[in-house]
Design a protein around this ligand. Structure first.
Ligand code: ZN
Length: 298
């Protein structure tokens, strides 16, 4: 078990924001290829209304297509009770609940105020505990919001405390729209250490600060990093923006820094190459195009 857990969110956050809709079998294949490359945790599906998010339709079928590997945690996103009802009927190990700290962002994204969503999260946490399902809470727009601007970190930490008290096994601070700079990440992750549960970050590379933010997060004590293979994805509020930080670019950096992820970088690059063919376009990731290199000898 590595000290760092990389969670690949390409099958969910990545594909959800791609214009090309993939069928369940192809999405299951992506999950299986990631697991085979040594990715320790995969956000495989989202249990949302397919009428709203057609890219995420047939989540149960995707899960049924997963060939489980030992040591891999398979997770799904649930934003409300209905989503959790569906998740608990599958073989997934972990629920990811997410909401936005920004009131306006949450209203537009989830159709509810932040407090209403937090209450839904508390119900999911209680149910997950009863069901023996590990639960991670992601606080969206932790660093900034396109409607409200900068977000006060004290507000973020208050909500993180409330959800930790409610039973969250892990807290993830998300830069949903990719505006964060390292100074903010260092501060929030550093303060998050007081929560007493593992702290992670979910970063988007919208303004090219994603990888710098990731390194600072690790230095500040984050043990969980979300990323997407190939850097696939986007931002629903910035049509020309790039997606999550790229998993293989992140792994290249971390391995070069002497940090263990348990991931086979060469195998992961092959997954990116495969996904490029599936999506029929060049992906945002750089290492899969430039090639792997050993920056430090020995
Ligand atoms: Zn995201």
């Amino acid at each position: 078990m590595s000290a760092l857990t990389i969670c690949d969110v390409a099958p969910r956050d990545g594909l959800q924001n791609d214009s090309k809709i993939l069928d369940a079998a192809t999405r299951a294949e992506l999950v299986n290829r990631l697991a085979a490359a040594g990715i320790p945790r995969i956000e495989a599906v989202s249990f949302v209304n397919p009428a709203r998010v057609p890219q995420m339709a047939d989540a149960e079928e995707v899960v049924a297509g997963i060939e489980r590997l030992d040591g891999v945690t398979y997770a799904g996103l649930a934003l409300n009770d209905r989503g959790y009802d569906r998740l608990r009927e599958t073989t997934l190990d972990e629920v990811h609940f997410a909401f936005a700290v920004s009131e306006e962002f949450n209203r537009r994204n989830a159709g509810a105020g932040t407090d209403e969503s937090v209450q839904a999260g508390e119900r999911i946490l209680a149910r997950a505990r009863e069901d023996g399902i590990r639960a991670t809470v992601t606080l969206g727009t932790s660093f900034g919001c396109p409607f409200e601007g900068a977000i006060d970190p004290r507000r973020v930490l208050e909500l993180a405390e409330r959800l930790t008290a409610g039973g969250a096994d892990e807290i993830v601070f998300a830069d949903t729209v990719g505006v964060a700079v390292p100074r903010q990440v260092r501060h929030l992750v550093g303060e998050g250490a007081a929560l007493g549960v593992p702290v992670g970050v979910h970063l988007h590379n919208t303004r090219n600060t994603g990888i710098a933010n990731a390194l600072v997060a690790v230095e500040a004590g984050a043990t969980v990093l979300d990323a997407s293979v190939g850097g696939v994805g986007g931002c629903p509020f910035a049509p020309r923006a790039t997606g999550n930080i790229c998993t293989e670019d992140l792994v290249y950096l971390l391995h070069g820094e002497g940090l263990d992820t348990g991931i086979d970088l060469d195998a992961l690059v092959e997954v990116a190459q495969w996904l490029e063919g599936v999506l029929g376009r060049e992906l945002e990731g750089m290492v899969y195009k430039a090639g792997v290199f050993a920056p430090v000898s020995g």
